[in-house]
Design a protein. Structure first.
Length: 291
């Protein structure tokens, strides 16, 4: 029998006899990815251990086999599982290089620890700042609105690899709450804000490290750094925070699977209105499942 699903989602695997309710505004395979991540992250399945058969896992999670295979595909691309034809699926051994799928909104700390890496906070500071025009627009507040700023530099094996510059609307947090914390800022927002964090809208691009960023990450000035800028929203579509994440790509990078969205029309024929509307809704729904 499979172990109990973390966070009390199913008290007995034998209860998972039918499809579970589809998560609001999230593709079902993303929910399955998160559930499988939790089984590995919580230590239910460890490095080198084989996972149950697809049929058992699908019934346990309450999803179809096709949905499960899609979720397993993402974990494989992220390097968390290894599928051996004719033998089975295994939790991958730990590696020094960390990658994360863009489909899942997760903290750097949780992704690194899931890969077996030990994250150390090298520097953390909390202050109050006024919102500049770009941040004010993202958070839908007036320019100059007072925000809580949290800056965190994370290291792996004594090497700085990630810097977070987070700005949060003071309606949802206090300076004291964040001054005392040492864990993930994203996980804090998921657990303690009045509005549960649900998804983000993000932009991913490379920037050249200026003097301050180069010094913080221990790299040469001008080195290309990956910048993930994202506005984090609640499940009510209210902007809660704006993050600027910077990563040294020698140790950390992102992966994403892209797919063709078909309208249902044959080549050379215009799409029927119903199919176009369906595709638009599919795109909008998928957007909420990405970071």
């Amino acid at each position: 029998m499979l172990p109990r699903l973390p966070r009390g989602q199913i008290s007995d695997p034998r209860q998972a006899t039918g499809p579970r309710p589809r998560p609001i505004a999230r593709p079902l395979y993303i929910w399955a990815v998160d559930a499988l991540y939790e089984l590995i992250e919580s230590g239910v399945y460890t490095a080198g251990q084989s996972l149950p058969s697809e049929g058992e896992l699908a019934a346990y999670l309450g999803v179809s086999r096709s949905t499960l295979r899609e979720a397993l595909g993402y974990l494989e691309k992220d390097g968390f599982i290894v599928r051996k034809h004719g033998i089975g699926t295994f939790v991958a051994p730990h590696t020094n290089h960390i990658s994360s799928g863009l489909e899942r909104l997760a903290s750097f700390r949780s992704v690194a620890e899931l890969a077996g890496a030990s994250v150390v906070v090298m520097d953390r500071s909390v202050s109050l700042v006024g919102a500049d025009e770009s941040v004010a627009e993202a958070l839908q507040v007036a320019p100059g609105t007072e925000l809580v700023r949290v800056e965190i530099t994370n290291a792996l094996d004594d090497q700085p690899v990630a810097y977070l510059d987070g700005l949060i609307d003071r309606r949802w947090v206090t300076l004291e709450q964040l001054s005392d914390g040492q864990g993930s800022l994203l996980e804090f927002l998921c657990q303690y804000t009045e509005l549960p964090v649900s998804y983000s809208r993000s932009e991913l691009y490379a920037v050249e490290a200026d003097g301050a960023l180069a010094a913080r990450l221990g790299v040469a000035e001008g080195k290309a750094i990956l910048n993930l800028a994202e506005t984090v929203f609640s499940d009510k579509h209210v902007p809660v925070a704006f993050f600027r994440n910077y990563f040294v790509t020698d140790c950390y990078n992102f992966k994403i699977v892209r797919r063709i969205v078909r309208s249902g029309a044959t080549f050379g024929e215009p799409s029927r209105e119903g199919n176009a509307v369906s595709d638009q809704k599919h795109q909008e729904g998928a957007e909420h499942g990405t970071i």
